[in-house]
Design a protein around this ligand. Structure first.
Ligand code: NAP
Length: 194
């Protein structure tokens, strides 16, 4: 499950849980991005804060875990490199991987590093909110579109961008993120001046 998770919210958690059930996954590893290649110049919370929030949000679920693979890496994080690194670990030699992320993030996949190779190393799942998938998928080139598995998640109407905006405007984020994540955001004064 790849994402910036700034902050992680119930939409991400529902998406991970739906994918877990839909594809019979044994575990879902959340991989917060380190230095996203496509976000140079954008304000993103520190990798440690995003990692901590993801750990707090997932700690209750026995089949969720969080990886430091990308945040411990210096330089840019490319999905292809992360996948290869995971696949080279002895505990994952015989594992079939599904890469799960948001459909909006996937729409510019042609500009990612080695998109065809990514598709050859995993099943690629693009999650989106209900009623939104078909028109967006049509924007992708045919060869990549046919390799992407769409998964609609009603709760994805929650967005990290909307949450940061709510915090900045001092509006409540209760019931949109787990309480521990809300407390972490308040305690560390995140998103005050975004
Ligand atoms: P993003 O541009 O921050 O997000 C775009 C959209 O997708 C947002 O609406 C976002 O919603 C949603 N989204 C992102 N991750 C999601 C998830 N796990 N579940 C549900 N919705 C999600 O995207 P990003 O987080 O930077 O990138 C997503 C993944 O693609 C990461 O793993 C990243 O490393 C990878 N990626 C790789 C390359 C490359 O290899 N060159 C390039 C771009 C992205 P929220 O804001 O609410 O999360």
């Amino acid at each position: 499950m790849g994402g910036t998770f700034d902050p992680v919210h119930y939409g991400h958690l529902r998406a991970a849980d739906e994918a877990h059930a839909a594809f019979g996954l044994s575990e879902v590893i959340f991989v917060p991005t380190g230095q996203p290649p496509h976000k140079a110049g954008e304000m993103v919370s520190s990798a440690e804060d995003r990692y901590m929030m993801t750990v707090l949000a997932t700690v209750d679920c026995p089949y969720f875990s969080v990886s430091r693979l990308e945040i411990d890496k210096t330089g840019k994080s490319y999905t292809i490199d992360t996948l290869k690194q995971l696949k080279s670990m002895p505990e994952y030699f015989d594992t079939e991987f599904y890469f799960i992320t948001g459909l909006d993030a996937v729409l510019d996949i042609v500009s990612w590093k080695n998109p065809e190779e990514i598709m050859s190393l995993c099943k690629f799942v693009a999650v989106s909110r209900h009623g939104y998938t078909r028109s967006k998928m049509d924007e992708l080139p045919e060869d990549l579109r046919s390799a992407i598995i769409p998964l609609e998640i009603p709760l994805l109407a929650i967005s990290s961008t909307g949450l940061r905006e709510r915090v900045r405007k001092e509006r409540s984020i209760r019931f949109l993120v787990p309480p521990s994540v809300e407390h972490f955001i308040r305690k560390n004064s995140l998103y005050k001046d975004i």
